[in-house]
Design a protein around this ligand. Structure first.
Ligand code: FES
Length: 158
């Protein structure tokens, strides 16, 4: 008698199916839009709905930087460090300036939960660099003075 061992095939992982992967990405996107980030509970619900394991959902969510596994600030500030922004003197000086003003490092959220600072590669505003995005709003030709005004305005908003 020959002992048989389980053989792992591509069909054992439902995420090998491109349609299932696309459904998962869409579900994660919607969950994040709804809750602002992907909590354990949100991941669990997505897994149940798509008949996946929590581990499969979590590993996919953690692979893509667009998915946030930690609570995000009310204002998600994205500073571009792409080449165009770098060449006009943006990028690092702007990142450092905002980091110092808010007292946080990239990837962190202020203790009051108001701001999260992120560094991204390109905001598709290379012709009007340096660029910064706050939530869905793009700010171009940024200067330290423009950043001061922007942060001041956001601080005053509820
Ligand atoms: S490189 Fe900064 S917007 Fe494209």
């Amino acid at each position: 008698m020959v002992a048989t061992s389980p053989i792992t095939t591509q069909t054992d992982n439902p995420l090998q199916d491109g349609r299932k992967r696309a459904m998962l990405l869409a579900a994660l996107y919607i969950a994040q839009e709804q809750f602002g980030w992907l909590s354990e509970e949100a991941i669990q619900r997505v897994a149940e709905r798509l008949n996946l394991t929590v581990g499969q959902v979590k590993s996919t969510a953690s692979f893509y930087t667009m998915f946030k596994l930690q609570p995000q600030g009310k204002y998600r500030i994205q500073v571009c460090e792409g080449l165009s922004c770098y060449l006009v003197g943006g990028a690092e000086p702007i990142i450092n300036y905002i980091a110092e003003k808010l007292g946080i490092q990239p990837g962190e959220t202020t203790p009051d939960g108001k701001f999260t600072l992120e560094v991204v590669q390109c905001l598709a505003a290379c012709g009007t660099a340096p660029a910064v995005k706050v939530n869905d709003e793009l700010y171009e030709n940024m200067t330290f003075s423009a950043i001061d005004q922007l942060l001041e305005r956001l601080q005053q908003e509820n």
